[in-house]
Ligand binder design. Structure first.
Ligand SMILES: Nc1ncnc2c1ncn2[C@@H]1O[C@H](COP(=O)(O)OP(=O)(O)OP(=O)(O)O)[C@@H](O)[C@H]1O
Ligand SMILES: [Mg+2]
Length: 262
């Protein structure tokens, strides 16, 4: 296989992550996690409910401190990456502020920037809304949008700080399949254009296979890496594949069998 000369975006070594219990001792959710994500990779994450997918993203976003082991983001602490605003999060429910218009929601990270200056050559809210196919919706409020449109606003908001890492936690889970397929294609285009590293959690085997260059399968109790599959041999140079390609269908069947064991 070709040697990988890309920079490392995320590196977890013997990482344990958990939550504090009332007694003060942490309950470990993710155990002995070893993972290296090169910069620019699109990694999808799949696994049974409660195995720790969101927990892992929270640790990368520095919303949760590791219990033990190491987690580095671009070679430093996750907290440093957060302060540099290298990392942005898109949640399952788009968490838009209902009293702000679409444009005001997208520019929110600049308004709460914590003293970080805005780069003049950075993307504009208008440009991002255009990119996400939301031209003409700038002055609407979230309640006046469909679920898919709200998710696209949330993605535009995540992109405004030009994050090097985009964390997406079941962003399209609540959408119909056709809208989801279309947003998957838009996301792949965006990924190619920006070169950002994307960690994308989904319960859809199809989505995990279609989007991911690699698919990480997690098992539960304790949350741990079951397997990481390299799907790049199934993808064309631009990172896409056909959902009907027999090799892709076979990869999905394999993932389905594996998930049944997790
Ligand atoms: N704030 C919290 N405090 C204590 N335990 C938590 C907390 N958040 C999550 N957990 C526990 O951690 C485990 C992993 O949760 P997590 O949300 O990471 O799962 P998940 O893989 O994202 O599941 P799902 O597919 O349902 O979203 C679960 O057992 C959950 O109950
Ligand atoms: Mg989750």
């Amino acid at each position: 296989m070709r040697e990988d000369h890309r920079n490392i975006a995320i590196e977890a070594k013997a990482l344990n992550v958990g939550y504090r219990t009332p007694s003060g001792t942490p309950a470990v959710v993710l155990k002995n996690f070893d993972l290296t994500v090169p910069e620019g990779e699109f990694l999808t994450i799949i696994g049974p409910s409660g195995c720790g997918k969101s927990t892992f993203l929270r640790a990368v976003a520095d919303l949760l401190e590791p219990v033990s082991g190491s987690l580095s983001v671009f070679g430093g602490d996750a907290s440093e990456a957060r302060r540099r605003r290298d990392v942005a999060f898109v949640f399952q429910d788009s968490t838009l502020l209902p009293w702000r218009t679409v444009t005001e929601n997208v520019s929110l990270p600049h308004d709460v920037g914590g003293g970080l200056s805005r780069r003049d050559d950075g993307p504009s809210a208008e440009g991002l809304l255009d990119l996400m196919g939301l031209k003409g919706m700038e002055h609407r409020y979230p309640s006046q949008l469909s679920g898919g449109q709200r998710q696209r606003v949330a993605i535009a908001r995540a992109l405004i700080t030009e994050p090097r890492i985009l964390l997406m936690d079941e962003p399209f889970g609540a959408l119909d399949e056709i809208t989801r397929d279309r947003l998957n294609d838009e996301l792949l285009k965006l990924w190619r254009r920006t070169g950002s590293t994307i960690l994308f959690v989904t319960h859809s085997i199809m989505e995990a296979t279609y989007l991911g260059q690699r698919v990480m399968v997690l098992a539960a109790n304790p949350g741990r890496i079951h397997e990481v599959h390299d799907l790049r041999p199934l993808k064309s140079a631009d990172g896409t594949c056909s959902r009907e390609d027999p090799l892709v269908v076979a990869a999905m069947a394999e993932l389905r069998r594996e998930l049944a064991l997790c």
